[in-house]
Structure formats: structure tokens, C-alpha cells
Design a protein around this ligand. Sequence first.
Ligand SMILES: *[C@@H]1O[C@H](CO)[C@@H](O)[C@H](O)[C@H]1NC(C)=O
Ligand SMILES: *[C@@H]1O[C@H](CO)[C@@H](O)[C@H](O)[C@H]1NC(C)=O
Ligand SMILES: *[C@@H]1O[C@H](CO)[C@@H](O)[C@H](O)[C@H]1NC(C)=O
Ligand SMILES: *[C@@H]1O[C@H](CO)[C@@H](O)[C@H](O)[C@H]1NC(C)=O
Ligand SMILES: *[C@@H]1O[C@H](CO)[C@@H](O)[C@H](O)[C@H]1NC(C)=O
Ligand SMILES: *[C@@H]1O[C@H](CO)[C@@H](O)[C@H](O)[C@H]1NC(C)=O
Ligand SMILES: *[C@@H]1O[C@H](CO)[C@@H](O)[C@H](O)[C@H]1NC(C)=O
Ligand SMILES: *[C@@H]1O[C@H](CO)[C@@H](O)[C@H](O)[C@H]1NC(C)=O
Ligand SMILES: *[C@@H]1O[C@H](CO)[C@@H](O)[C@H](O)[C@H]1NC(C)=O
Ligand SMILES: *[C@@H]1O[C@H](CO)[C@@H](O)[C@H](O)[C@H]1NC(C)=O
Length: 438
Amino acid sequence: MKFLAIAALFAGAVSGLASSHLIPGAQIIPAKDTAALRKVGAHGRKYPDRRTVTIRPSKNNTDDVSDDFLWGIKQANHGGRLLLKKGKTYIIGKKLNLSFLDNIEVQLEGEIKFTDDIEYWQANNFYYDFQKSITFWVWGGQDIKIFGSGTLNGNGQEWYNAFAGREILDSSNTFYRPILFLTDNATRVSVEGITQLNSPCWTNFFVRTNDVSFDHVFINAYSTNASALPKNTDGFDSLNVNGLRVTNTRIDIGDDCFSPKPNTSNIFVQNLWCNNTHGVSMGSIGQYSGVQDIIEHAYIENVTLLNGQNGARLKAWAGQDVGYGRINNITYRNIHIENTDNPVVLDQCYFNVNATECAAYPSSVNITNIVFDNIYGTSSGKEGKVVVDLTCSPNAVCSDIHLSNIDITSPAGSPPEIVCDGIDGDIGVECVSSADAE
Ligand SMILES: *[C@@H]1O[C@H](CO)[C@@H](O)[C@H](O)[C@H]1NC(C)=O
Ligand SMILES: *[C@@H]1O[C@H](CO)[C@@H](O)[C@H](O)[C@H]1NC(C)=O
Ligand SMILES: *[C@@H]1O[C@H](CO)[C@@H](O)[C@H](O)[C@H]1NC(C)=O
Ligand SMILES: *[C@@H]1O[C@H](CO)[C@@H](O)[C@H](O)[C@H]1NC(C)=O
Ligand SMILES: *[C@@H]1O[C@H](CO)[C@@H](O)[C@H](O)[C@H]1NC(C)=O
Ligand SMILES: *[C@@H]1O[C@H](CO)[C@@H](O)[C@H](O)[C@H]1NC(C)=O
Ligand SMILES: *[C@@H]1O[C@H](CO)[C@@H](O)[C@H](O)[C@H]1NC(C)=O
Ligand SMILES: *[C@@H]1O[C@H](CO)[C@@H](O)[C@H](O)[C@H]1NC(C)=O
Ligand SMILES: *[C@@H]1O[C@H](CO)[C@@H](O)[C@H](O)[C@H]1NC(C)=O
Ligand SMILES: *[C@@H]1O[C@H](CO)[C@@H](O)[C@H](O)[C@H]1NC(C)=O
């Protein structure tokens, strides 16, 4: 131990000669120093070598290295890489504004873990009006790549314990919980290989962002306390985003697996696996009074959805003082669904608004040009024989909705039923009105 510590100091001192402003425990390795890059685990990985910055890891769970981290990000900005070493933990206990990025890589082999000081984070965060979202940090700028086999850990257990019994969408809720990864005003963001663990609230939220892609990421949220399960730990949410790609990703969380929100276009999802989720949803949109929201041009292919509340879903808000908009040009193809309450659903009376209220103030979100092709598996039987439920609002247009190769069975009996209320034209399969469904 002692020898290693001295060696590390020495290494720091040597690099210190090359770069005048090193902080303790940090190192900056030039791109051409292959031997030194190999030694720290930054050579021969996925991308060409770059000037690589390392910072000291945390010594324990309260050793906050957020100042070091910010320093490292600044040093690596404009063409370099920040390496977070394998086997090391980096504790972040202060909010970070990383809005200034321009051509940076973060190689995450170790673990970035946030403190669970609820009092601190509720007083210090970045706040967004949309669904009263807060976050630990904001990533913005352009050409941001995060890759590696490490973990981004939201350390959510204390948050789950404290939030038990509350509801995020209650207008009276003031107990806000941070989002694990948030981009704002960013262009070309890619995240590859990492695990995102136990976010206190949504796992990813992209705001005013263009071209964001996730590949080979694993997202998981679990609680060790049976009376305080993770809530609202959605895999992916977005707002005012153009270009959102998620491929080869596995998600096991208790809320939406993938759910782009207002003004998201050009969405591509392939080879996604979701366990215990609320499904792959377009929306919800149309929540805010007088505001127009749009989701369009999405292609969702080869998704497995197990043990969920919903499978493939389109959702919009109804009620007094809601907005309007459209969900348009969405394809769901080759979707395998098992043991799921609502395998395929078009819901324009989202959340806890009651049926009377929805009937009196129906949604004005149009739903057009939708394809559900090759959707197969089983429902949970919770909705009886109904395996597909498409119920359009009387105040909206639902047209050009096409179903083909639908093979979903229900343990509640056969034949399985497809409900279609208020949909214009032929949907391509036999269907019944909800009044006649069993
Ligand atoms: C954690 O590490 C910091 C920095 O070395 C030290 O000041 C603190 O006493 C340590 N805390 C515990 C609980 O060991
Ligand atoms: C983040 O810092 C930038 C300056 O780098 C500033 O313009 C921006 O307002 C800050 N963002 C927040 C949310 O504080
Ligand atoms: C968005 O980022 C660009 C630089 O990438 C900056 O010039 C602009 O001011 C930022 N806009 C906002 C609203 O922060
Ligand atoms: C589990 O969560 C409940 C509900 O918040 C809480 O009362 C209890 O203290 C938690 N248990 C543990 C071991 O933290
Ligand atoms: C579909 O996705 C699964 C992962 O959920 C993957 O194992 C499989 O290879 C994919 N199938 C095709 C045809 O790409
Ligand atoms: C999916 O979730 C169920 C609990 O609903 C769990 O028993 C199962 O192990 C999970 N499947 C996988 C492959 O992780
Ligand atoms: C969506 O975009 C429209 C402009 O088309 C804008 O008026 C609206 O505020 C945006 N919605 C949200 C929730 O930001
Ligand atoms: C529908 O969306 C796809 C992307 O999924 C896009 O390629 C196509 O051009 C869109 N169609 C129309 C008519 O905009
Ligand atoms: C919804 O459809 C109606 C009837 O075609 C149309 O007048 C309205 O503009 C559409 N709304 C949106 C947001 O596209
Ligand atoms: C439905 O919700 C409205 C508005 O919150 C409420 O006034 C009404 O009593 C509710 N009706 C039923 C049948 O629950």
C-alpha cells in the first residue's frame, strides 16, 4: 500500500513537470505516450488514444471528489479524455454544471456514485418546470462521448425509502428527486457500454438535445426495502429532442422503459429488452394548458417486454387545462411481449384523471400513421381477454392506424380481443368496442 501511494505521488510529480497546474493525485498523459496510457487502462480501448486525464478516486463513501471531477472534465475538454479507473469509486456530492463541453470523452471503467444527502440535493440542483424535474448535474455542449464498462450509480435507496407513499404527478408533491443523467442544449451525445444503477428518479432525460444515442447500456433500479420500491425510475425521457437512438440496451426498472415526451422526433430503437416496466410509450404528451406537443417519426424494432404494466403504448393527457398536439408516424415492429397487463394500448385518458373528467374534457392529441406489426406473446390476463386496447378521444383524430400479424394470447381465455373505439377507418384486424369486450 505504502509503496503504491508513493509511486502514485511520484507519477503525479513527474506529470506535474509537464503540466504546471495539476491537482493532487491527478495525471495528464499525452496521446502519444502509449505505455502510460496502457498502464492506466486507457490504451487499446474502443477509440483512438487521446490526451488522457485521471483524477484521484474517493477513499470512502463521504470523500467527495466533485471538485477534482470538474477539474478533470475541464482538462479533458477540447479533444481529450477523462478516465475513471476500473475498481475505483468517485463520489459526487456537489451539483455540477457541465454545460460547456466541446469534444470530450469520458471513459468510465470504475464507478461514479452520488451522495444520498437528500437535504443537500433538494436545496442544490438544476430544476426544470417540466414535471418538476431536478438533476444532480447538467451536461451540455457538443460531441460528448461516455463509454466503458463502469457504473453511474444514483445511490437511490435513501430516496426510495423517503419517497414511499408519494406520487410524482400529484400537483401537491414537493419532494423532488434527482435525475441520474441529463443533457440540456447538447448536440451529438453518445453513451456506450456502461451500467446506470438506482437512479432516485428518471434515469435519463434529454432536453433541447440533438442526436443522442445509447448503445449496449444496462439500466437497473432495485430496492432492498420491500416497502419502498424505486418509483419513476424511467429509462429514457426527452423534451424538445431531434434524433434519439437506443440500441442493444437492457432495462429492468419499475416504470417506463422508453418514453419520449413533448417534441421528440426521429426516434430509433432496436434490440431493446425491458423487464418489469411500464413499457415503450410515445408520451405522455398534451399535459400543459395551451401547449402544443408533438412526437413523430419513430421506428421501434425488436423489443422484448416482460412482466410489465404496458407493452407498446401511445399516451396523452385529458382533463381541464391540458394541451394538444399529435403523435404521428410511429412504427412498432417485431415486438415480443410476455405477462403484461396491457400489451398494446392507445390511452388518451392518462394517469389519475377519472373517466367522467376525460369524457367532459377529452384529449386533443391526434394520433396518426401508426403501425403495429408482428406483435406476439401473452398478456397477464389482468384486462380479461383484451390484449389490445385502442381508445381514441372524441376530441381528436385517430387515423391510419394499422395492425398486422398480432398474435397475443390471454390466460383469461380465448379468443383474445382487440378493442378499437373511435378509430377512423379499418385497422386491419377484427376488433370490438370496449362496451362489448370481456
Ligand atoms: C473519508 O475520507 C476523507 C478523506 O480522506 C476523510 O477526511 C474522512 O475522515 C473519511 N471518512 C471516514 C468515515 O472514514
Ligand atoms: C451553467 O453555466 C453556464 C456558463 O458556463 C451558464 O450560462 C448557465 O446559466 C449555467 N446553467 C445553470 C442551469 O445554472
Ligand atoms: C447552447 O449552447 C451553445 C453552444 O453550444 C451556446 O452558444 C448557446 O448560448 C446555448 N444556449 C442556451 C440557451 O444555453
Ligand atoms: C423502508 O421504507 C419504509 C417506508 O419509507 C421505512 O419506513 C423504513 O424505515 C425503511 N426500512 C429501512 C430498513 O430503511
Ligand atoms: C433482438 O434483440 C435481442 C436482445 O433483446 C437480441 O438478443 C437479438 O439478437 C435481436 N434480434 C435480432 C434479429 O437482431
Ligand atoms: C425479470 O423480472 C422478474 C421479476 O418480475 C425476475 O424474477 C426475473 O429474474 C427477471 N428476468 C431477468 C432475466 O433478469
Ligand atoms: C413543443 O414545441 C412547441 C412549438 O412547436 C412549443 O410551443 C411547446 O412549448 C413545446 N412543448 C414543451 C412542453 O416544451
Ligand atoms: C416516418 O418516420 C420514418 C423514420 O422512422 C422516416 O424515415 C419517414 O420519412 C417518415 N415518414 C414520413 C411520411 O414523414
Ligand atoms: C388534429 O386534427 C385536426 C383535424 O384534422 C386538425 O385540425 C388539427 O390541426 C390537428 N392537430 C395537430 C396538432 O396536428
Ligand atoms: C372525477 O374527477 C373530478 C376532478 O378531479 C372530480 O371533481 C370528480 O368528483 C371525480 N369523479 C368521480 C366519479 O370520481
